[in-house]
Ligand binder design. Structure first.
Ligand code: 5GP
Ligand code: MN
Length: 347
């Protein structure tokens, strides 16, 4: 392993020794890795005797609300003032699972201005250098996997209690789609084996996350696959779009469309997939790819976003129909890259 340089480990260690009050924050629209790393670190720091505040910018789905310590999280979207008060009493801030401060959305400026030591722990490419200690590499499946390595480097295996292990495993499982992508390095499985040794209930974690959907969500998925999926065999691409009235019809709740974007990739020959979800005033977009098509570069160049090579996101302020037209014409512009990717990864 050893993917974090010793000076960084020592720096974080020394900093922690000097502070009582630590604030942990993660990104807007948090996913399993964001919540898992936040709560995993919370359990570790609390046990070390720190006072820990947890701030999450906005709501997250029910299938992530079961992890131990979940009731400690403050949703800044529900109480902005309380989040700012926690920020003001922090002696140190740990930023988890994002690489650019604008992923804090309405909290960005306050956190940028904070004059306390900052630590970033993250696995996205090209991080904005805003923290005093950057625990950052793309050579891991997830922030949770990297956090495991940091905790063990600081305090040995005994830092990984069952609660810590449950949270970290959840993040690794969700960021790899249950070990179907971002999971080709042996170290991931070493970490997983150590987490399982802590007595986590791996099967139960799986069903808390993946077998916990509402009937409405299943029906929305069926509807999208049946009528809203558009396939472009000539580009090896496909997308799904959902407008507001469709969301209302299926009683849409935050997180209901999680994972939909992966389905088109299981069509033979489709290597690039997108989903467009109409929100108030903008369209939220997710991209997924296989092989060497850089979904993050595409998201940054055209849709105000970023992310990883094979999993990225962004948004559009054009109306939904215009956004879809823009995407379709971009497919033509990217025809050569898309086709080259399909050919180089064909059987
Ligand atoms: P998702 O599609 O699951 O929302 O996000 C996939 C990946 O894309 C995440 O790992 C996240 O880092 C990145 N991502 C999603 N939305 C945005 C965005 O608006 N801006 C940036 N920079 N990255 C995003
Ligand atoms: Mn992540």
């Amino acid at each position: 392993m050893k993917r974090i340089d010793p000076q960084t480990i020592e720096g974080v260690q020394r900093q922690l020794a000097n502070v009582q009050q630590v604030l942990i924050v993660t990104h807007y629209n948090p996913d399993g890795d964001a919540i898992g790393s936040t709560l995993g670190l919370y359990h570790y720091l609390s046990r070390r005797g720190h006072r820990v505040d947890l701030v999450v910018p906005n709501e997250y789905p029910g299938f992530l609300q079961w992890m131990p310590g979940n009731d400690q999280i403050l949703l800044a979207s529900q109480n902005h003032q309380a989040a700012i008060e926690k920020l003001h009493r922090a002696e140190m801030i740990v930023f988890l699972d994002f690489n650019v401060l604008d992923r804090l959305q309405h909290l960005e400026e306050d956190f940028r201005q904070a004059r306390v030591p900052k630590v970033l722990i993250d696995h996205h490419p090209d991080p904005e250098p805003f923290a005093d200690w950057m625990v950052s590499t793309t050579q891991v499946s997830s922030t949770c996997e990297l956090l495991y390595e940091l905790l063990v480097a600081m305090d040995g295996e005994q830092s990984i209690t069952r609660n810590v292990a449950t949270c970290l495993y959840t993040g690794i499982m969700t960021d790899t789609g249950s070990f179907s992508y971002n999971s080709s390095l042996p170290d991931t499985y070493y970490v997983v084996s150590r987490l399982i040794e802590q007595g986590i209930d791996k099967d139960r974690i799986y069903w808390r996350v993946y077998d916990n959907y509402s009937a409405d969500r299943m029906r929305l998925l069926g509807y999208c696959l049946n009528t809203k999926l558009k396939v472009f065999p000539e580009f090896g691409a496909a997308y799904i779009s959902i407008n507001q009235s469709e969301l209302n019809h299926f009683n849409y709740k935050s997180g209901d469309s999680e994972g939909f974007v992966n389905y088109p990739l299981s069509i033979s020959g489709v290597m690039f997939s997108a989903i467009f979800i109409e929100q108030e005033g903008y369209v939220k977009i997710s991209f997924r790819s296989k092989g060497d098509f850089y979904a993050n570069h595409f998201a940054t160049a055209h849709f105000n976003g970023g992310g990883h090579k094979n999993a990225a996101g962004g948004y559009s302020e054009l109306p939904l129909e215009d956004t879809l037209n823009k995407f379709e014409s971009l497919l033509s512009d990217y025809k050569n890259q898309l086709k080259a990717n399909c050919l180089s990864h064909a059987d």
